[in-house]
Ligand binder design. Structure first.
Ligand code: KIV
Ligand code: ZN
Length: 385
């Protein structure tokens, strides 16, 4: 099993979700939970972006001691200086500098030639290295960049002192095969690549962020970046809980292991949802309300006989107390009887039959039948017999 570093950017890229704004205390609370979850590195924010973010990054850097803390900076001296002021209290301060390398970004956004981009990136990595022992450099929009140009600039920034090379799929455009091939190409065409950690960072615009991240790992990336609940710019980032659980559940197929304490996943997910106000869709993998809920009679019957019939992940693995048998119009007699037992209601076979018939009639009008509804049904039957 090879070890994969988990780089959490919930507090930076995740906070870039439209409408999300975390204050210093909220960020610190999430940072402590990320430390408990066992992420290897957390990106606490972008200190040059605002005084509030500077203060939040500083308090996280001064408080969190079991996880390395990093912060984002553009390739300008003032950003690097501000990041240093925020991070210098950390045990192992790390800076994350980015500069775009795709023709689209260099032409329209940066208005720089490829040679100017190489010069700026190497100069700023060397500048950052005077202060920080760990310097991560990201080739923004790497997946839409020319691979030979990428190889050229990566070689130079590693010579300038970069310790981590991150190749983001900034706009969520790549595919698993293409992204994996790009990592292979870089490993084969950058002579000093072994001096740095290779990292992937995927956005989810086409819904492929998790698959793309895993493809990168299969092709030599040893660090995965992502966020809790997959929050982030536009359609979000790769969802770390999905990646960690996929690697665990399919360890027969993926020989990689992370340091995440999977039982902390639900708690972390709930906290991020609550503090960001970004509530999770019910059918979201791993942490959605329905991820361990079964509604149809056939599924409920199977799960009651043996959970593995319809559950590939035990709820306890990710810190969920138990699965739920959702009582709705597709539910069958087995789940209904199980619910009566759970509520401590002992009924004769004949009354169970009557109660089940009332329950079925009710599901024609109601999507979900609650415990209170069952009490009402049973009380009515008991008073009439
Ligand atoms: O998606 C991206 O390219 C980024 C960079 C700042 C690393 O978030
Ligand atoms: Zn990003």
């Amino acid at each position: 099993m090879s070890r994969i570093n988990i780089f959490d950017t919930t507090l930076r890229d995740g906070e870039q979700s439209p409408g999300v704004n975390l204050n210093k205390l909220e960020k610190l609370e999430i940072a402590k939970q990320l430390e408990r979850l066992g992420v290897d590195r957390m990106e606490a924010g972008f200190p040059a972006s605002s005084e509030g973010d500077f203060q939040a990054v500083k308090s996280i850097a001064d408080t969190i001691k079991n996880t390395s803390v990093t912060a984002l900076a553009r390739t300008v001296k003032s950003d690097i200086d501000i990041a240093w002021e925020a991070l210098k209290g950390a045990d192992e301060p790390c800076i994350h500098i980015f500069l775009a390398t795709s023709p689209i970004h260099m032409t329209y956004k940066l208005k720089k030639t490829p040679d100017e981009v190489i010069a700026t990136a190497t100069e700023m990595v060397a500048y950052a290295k005077e202060k920080f022992s760990q310097v991560q450099w990201s080739a923004e929009d790497a997946s839409r960049s020319d691979w030979s140009f990428l190889a050229q600039i990566i070689e130079k920034v590693i010579d300038a002192g970069a310790t981590v090379i991150n190749l983001p799929d900034t706009v969520g455009y790549t595919t698993p095969k293409e992204y994996g091939d790009m990592f292979q190409f870089i490993r084969s065409n950058v002579s000093n690549i072994n001096k740095a950690i290779l990292s992937c960072h995927c956005h989810n615009d086409l819904g492929m962020a998790v698959a793309n991240s895993i493809a990168a790992v299969e092709n030599g990336a040893t660090q995965i970046e992502g966020t809790i609940n997959g929050i982030g710019e536009r359609a979000g980032n790769a969802s770390l809980e999905e990646i960690a659980v996929a690697l665990k559940i399919r360890s027969d197929f993926y020989p990689y292991q992370t340091n995440l304490k999977l039982q902390e996943i639900k708690r972390t997910s709930d906290m991020v949802a609550k503090l960001t106000g970004m509530y999770i869709q019910a059918n979201k993998a791993i942490v959605g309300r329905n991820a361990f809920a079964h509604e149809s009679g056939i599924h409920q019957d199977g799960v009651l006989k043996h959970a593995s019939t319809y559950e590939i992940i035990t709820p306890e693995l990710v810190g969920v107390h138990a699965n739920t048998l959702f009582l709705g119009k597709h539910s069958g007699r087995h789940a209904f009887k199980d619910k009566l037992k759970e509520l401590g209601m002992e009924l004769s076979e004949e009354n169970i039959k009557k109660a089940f018939e009332s329950f079925k009639r009710l599901t024609d009008h109601k999507k979900e039948v609650t415990d209170d509804d069952i009490f009402t049904i049973v009380t009515e039957i008991q008073t009439n017999t």
